[in-house]
Design a protein around this ligand. Structure first.
Ligand code: IMP
Ligand code: MG
Length: 193
C-alpha cells in the first residue's frame, strides 16, 4: 500500500518526529504479546478513554487473540489548552457492566496523572475483579499523584506532542506517528487550522 501523502498543512506543521510509525507498530507487537500472556484464559474488558486513545486501542485490540469486550469512556480534562486544567469531567459514561470483570483501561498519555487517578477512583467503586492501566505515552515528569501505569508503550521527554491519537485543538490525531509542533503553529493559534 502506498504511503499516505498528508497535505503540507499537516506534515509541515511538525518540528520533530519523536516516534515513527514503524517504531510504534513494533513496540505494540511486544506490548500485545505481554498482554496476551498476562490475560491468557481470562475474559478482558477494555475501556478506551476518548478521544486520544482510539488509535492505540484499535492497534492493541487487533493484536489480542483473547475474548475481549470493548467500551469507551469519555473524559475531558484539557479544554483545548496545552496544560492540564486540573478538572476532569465525564462526557460519555460506560455502557458495559464492569463488576467482577478483568478491566484494562487504555489511555493516550500519562502527564500529570490526574485523569487516570480520577478514572481509577471511579472504576474502583464499580467493583472490577482487576483494574489495570495501559498508556501509549508516559511523560518524564514527577507525577504528583504518584500514578503508576501497568503498561507503558513509550516514555517521552516532557514536551507537548501530537499524532497517533494525541491532538492540539482537536487536530493531528490522525497522524500515524508522534511529533512536536513548530512554534509557528502555536503562534497562529489555530487561525490556520
Ligand atoms: P494528565 O495530565 O495525565 O491528566 O493528562 C490529561 C490529558 O491531557 C491526556 O489524556 C491528554 O489528552 C492530554 N495531554 C497531556 N499531554 C499531552 C500532549 O503532550 N499532547 C496532547 N495531549 C496531551
Ligand atoms: Mg485524553
Amino acid at each position: 500500500m502506498p504511503a499516505i501523502q498528508y497535505s503540507p498543512g499537516v506534515r509541515h506543521d511538525l518540528e520533530e518526529i519523536l516516534l515513527t510509525e514503524t517504531q510504534i507498530q513494533r513496540r505494540l507487537d511486544e506490548l500485545g504479546k505481554e498482554m496476551e500472556r498476562d490475560y491468557a484464559g481470562r475474559d478482558l474488558t477494555m475501556i478506551a478513554v476518548l478521544t486520544g486513545s482510539v488509535l492505540f486501542a484499535a492497534d492493541l485490540l487487533r493484536r489480542l487473540p483473547l475474548q475481549v469486550r470493548l467500551d469507551c469512556l469519555g473524559i475531558s480534562s484539557y479544554h483545548g489548552q496545552t496544560r492540564s486544567s486540573g478538572e476532569v469531567t465525564v462526557t460519555k459514561s460506560l455502557h458495559l457492566d464492569v463488576r467482577d470483570r478483568e478491566v484494562l483501561v487504555v489511555d493516550d498519555i500519562l502527564d500529570t496523572g490526574l485523569t487516570l487517578v480520577r478514572i481509577r477512583e471511579m472504576l474502583g467503586k464499580l467493583g472490577p475483579r482487576s483494574l489495570k492501566f495501559a498508556v501509549f505515552l508516559e511523560k518524564e515528569v514527577p507525577h504528583h499523584e504518584n500514578f503508576r501505569a501497568d503498561y507503558v508503550a513509550f516514555r517521552i521527554p516532557n514536551k507537548f506532542v501530537v499524532g497517533y491519537g494525541l491532538d492540539y485543538l482537536e487536530r493531528y490525531r490522525n497522524l500515524p506517528y508522534v511529533g512536536t509542533l513548530k512554534p509557528s503553529v502555536y503562534e497562529s493559534h489555530g487561525s490556520a487550522l
